[in-house]
Write a protein that binds this ligand. Structure first.
Ligand SMILES: CC(C)(COP(=O)(O)OP(=O)(O)OC[C@H]1O[C@@H](n2cnc3c(N)ncnc32)[C@H](O)[C@@H]1OP(=O)(O)O)[C@@H](O)C(=O)NCCC(=O)NCCS
Length: 156
């Protein structure tokens, strides 16, 4: 009988770099991929935290940047073969829990206005639109800035 591996979410480190870069290549078009150096900084930075969801393999990551009052959700990506199974939810819930323990008051993020999957996930977790920045990702590619208070119910 084949054992079914259980998904767990916890800290990621520099040892996860290659697996994260694999997700990055699978999850984003080339023009939007973060470089090895960007991920190295994210994994090593003192004010940054990366959480990974894994079973036998790394299936998704979320990268968070903490200031005294605000936490920026810098990145979230799930293995394209494993989407719509709750991994994004699990990562976001863990990120919000971590933010609550760090005492920040708000989580904010930028997302492309045409990224329906990510916007639906964020809205399901109580994020609301704060502003739209025109051409943020290049000509004709706008960003929506979204935010929500930290603490209280994670899920709306
Ligand atoms: C956004 C992303 C992280 C969601 O991960 P996921 O594991 O598939 O998400 P979940 O299975 O936890 O979905 C949670 C909810 O989000 C919404 N959602 C997720 N994918 C969706 C899609 N393709 N279309 C519509 N809603 C979607 C739904 O409300 C879903 O709940 P449901 O399945 O009960 O309907 C994933 O699509 C991804 O990696 N996208 C590419 C990277 C990216 O664009 N990241 C965001 C910018 S940094």
């Amino acid at each position: 009988m084949t054992a079914i591996a259980t998904l767990s979410t916890g800290p990621a480190g520099l040892g996860d770099l290659d697996a994260i870069l694999g997700l990055e290549r699978a999850g984003f078009p080339a023009s939007e991929q973060w470089s090895r150096t960007s991920w190295q900084s994210e994994l090593a930075g003192e004010s940054l935290r990366v959480l990974a969801a894994r079973d036998d393999l790394l299936r998704g990551v979320i990268a968070l940047r903490f200031g005294p009052d605000v936490c920026d959700l810098d990145r979230i990506v799930v293995d394209p073969q494993q989407r719509r199974q709750g991994i994004g939810r699990s990562l976001l819930a863990s990120g919000l829990e971590l933010a609550a323990t760090r005492g920040v008051q708000e989580m904010i993020l930028e997302v492309r206005t045409d990224n329906a999957a990510a916007i639906a996930l964020y809205r399901a977790y109580g994020f609301a639109q704060l502003a739209v920045r025109g051409d943020y990702y290049g000509p004709g590619r706008d960003a929506m800035i979204m935010g929500r208070p930290v603490g209280g119910d994670d899920h709306e």
